[in-house]
Design a binder for this molecule. Structure first.
Ligand SMILES: *[C@@H]1O[C@H](CO)[C@@H](O)[C@H](O)[C@H]1NC(C)=O
Ligand SMILES: *[C@@H]1O[C@H](CO)[C@@H](O)[C@H](O)[C@H]1NC(C)=O
Ligand SMILES: *[C@@H]1O[C@H](CO)[C@@H](O)[C@H](O)[C@H]1NC(C)=O
Ligand SMILES: *[C@@H]1O[C@H](CO)[C@@H](O)[C@H](O)[C@H]1NC(C)=O
Length: 310
């Protein structure tokens, strides 16, 4: 009980200590997200069930099933609800320059990406011919199956940093990142799990086998305030039915908004390449601002609590 109260109280403290005015007028600038492909068929035939016995359809061994397509379509629809409707961040209709999606070079992640795009921009929201390539913006061949999480986390950070620099440079920034708003990776359980480990939150995975479920996804949102300070939020959903939950406070030393500099610290810790054993034994380094103050405020909260309750 005391433990829970301490956690709660220091969360409250962090919110106050981090100087609420920094968070006024927060504006969403950039979204990076990784999802695990949808439900797939078995990778191998296993006696006594052979491919010829399948009743659910699908493309064959290891391929995305119709359920998997529908899960990814749902995730796309969820992204549409959040980023098109609620946040009014992405355009209503597909705009190739805003969206970029990378996929590992296997059919189930490629089809997952296409199914997701179909949910994000349903027919009617296309301003492109159906016969033109609906996989515009999917860079299919670039990935290898094995992505090292340290390198990947740093890639996510570097891209966020470059995007922030681009925003600060205003007109002087002209590159690919300028119009880009949404960068997706159509990926695998192993990749997402490794990232969660390097973010220090592997326990958000609650499946029985310990791997992120099909349709699980990790999203990094980057925001700016009117002073051109940049902040990141880390969001995770553990399966194809969940909403995203905010895990920023756990990744970023209890901060409700993770300063880009603090994200850098988390990312650099695992650079260039961690072995998981060392990594798991490494404690999170402290965030720069507000932590001592929030410590004292939580102490004060506890004090108040004790006075009020006892
Ligand atoms: C699977 O299909 C084969 C024929 O393709 C059939 O001989 C076998 O009995 C079926 N197995 C099951 C478990 O239905
Ligand atoms: C991917 O799908 C294509 C056709 O849709 C098929 O020819 C190919 O064998 C599949 N690749 C794998 C690795 O299963
Ligand atoms: C797509 O349709 C347009 C007109 O409807 C046609 O000119 C074009 O050749 C088609 N492209 C392909 C790849 O079929
Ligand atoms: C853009 O570049 C010009 C020339 O290098 C420089 O004077 C100006 O300050 C830059 N603007 C911004 C917003 O960085």
């Amino acid at each position: 009980m005391l433990h829970y109260f301490l956690v709660l109280s220091s969360l409250v403290a962090t919110i106050f200590a981090e100087n609420a005015k920094d968070f006024d007028g927060m504006r969403l600038e950039f979204v990076q997200t990784l999802w695990r492909h949808g439900d797939r068929a078995a990778l191998d035939e296993l006696y006594p069930i052979f491919e010829s016995n399948w009743t659910f359809g699908g493309g064959g061994l290891g391929e995305l099933t119709p359920l998997g397509m529908s899960q990814m379509n749902d995730l796309g629809t969820m992204f549409r609800r959040i980023y098109v409707e609620e946040q009014q961040f992405l355009s209503h209709r597909y705009v190739g320059k805003e969206i970029y999606i990378r996929s590992t070079n296997v059919n189930r992640t490629i089809i997952s990406a296409m199914s997701l795009l179909y949910g994000l921009f349903p027919p009617g929201a296309w301003n492109i011919q159906v016969n033109s390539s609906t996989v515009d913006g999917i860079d299919i061949a670039h990935e290898t199956q094995v992505i090292q999480s340290g390198a990947l986390l740093n890639e996510l950070f570097d891209r966020a940093q470059e995007k922030a620099n681009c925003i600060k440079a205003g007109r002087n920034c002209t590159g690919f990142l300028k119009p880009l708003k949404f960068y997706g990776y159509s990926s695998h359980d192993l990749v997402i799990y490794a990232l969660l480990v390097s973010l220090g939150v592997p326990d958000v995975v609650r499946t029985l086998d310990g791997w992120p479920d099909t349709g699980a996804a990790l999203t990094l949102e980057m925001y700016s305030n009117p002073d051109d300070q940049f902040f990141v939020k880390f969001l995770y959903r553990d399966n194809s039915l969940e909403e995203f939950g905010d895990v920023t406070a756990r990744v970023c030393n209890r901060a409700a908004w993770c300063r880009l500099e603090d994200f850098e610290r988390v990312a650099r810790r695992v650079k260039p390449l961690p072995d998981l054993v060392t990594l798991c034994a490494t404690p999170l380094s402290g965030s720069s601002s507000g932590s001592l103050l929030s410590y004292w405020i939580s102490f004060f909260n506890l004090f108040l609590f004790l006075i009020l309750v006892f």
